[in-house]
Design a protein around this ligand. Sequence first.
Ligand SMILES: NC(=O)N[C@@H](O)C(=O)O
Ligand code: NI
Length: 166
Amino acid sequence: MPKPLSIRPLTKDAFAPFGQVIEADPARMKFINGGNTERFHALAEAEVTGEGARVILNIFRGQPRAFPYALTMMERHPFGSQSFSPLNGRPYLVVVSEDDEGKPGEPQVFLARGDQGVNYRRNVWHHPLMTIGAVSDFLVVDRDGPGNNLEEFFYPEPFIISEPAL
Ligand SMILES: NC(=O)N[C@@H](O)C(=O)O
Ligand code: NI
């Protein structure tokens, strides 16, 4: 029987085992440009490994997911981190899981606000981009380079994500 998954708000602390939340955290702010600009400094780090690896910036244009959504798989990137920052100010879902001896554990679902980005640490299990309600663009910072940077796992049974209440 497919197991329903609950949805929690995305917070820095809840997401800490998986990476960082990219948001205007007052504790990280310093004024620059003669006071004209607030710099929220070093919210996350892009990590890339392997000979010839480089950090790249991309735009992902995600089609909205249909709900209830049957989650059947997770993926991870063994050679680099991956961040998603929404460009249209729309909420979206972030799905991650702990590693259980080389396989993803039960997925954990977070509802991200449209002013929150996430940075998945290298090799953290996550579900591919999950946009809600409309086509949404994201600035994605991740790795390019030699080697296969995508590992996928398919669960024996799907999990169910219901339509998030926005
Ligand atoms: N495969 C790819 O570039 N996208 C995924 O990594 C994703 O997390 O959306
Ligand atoms: Ni990914």
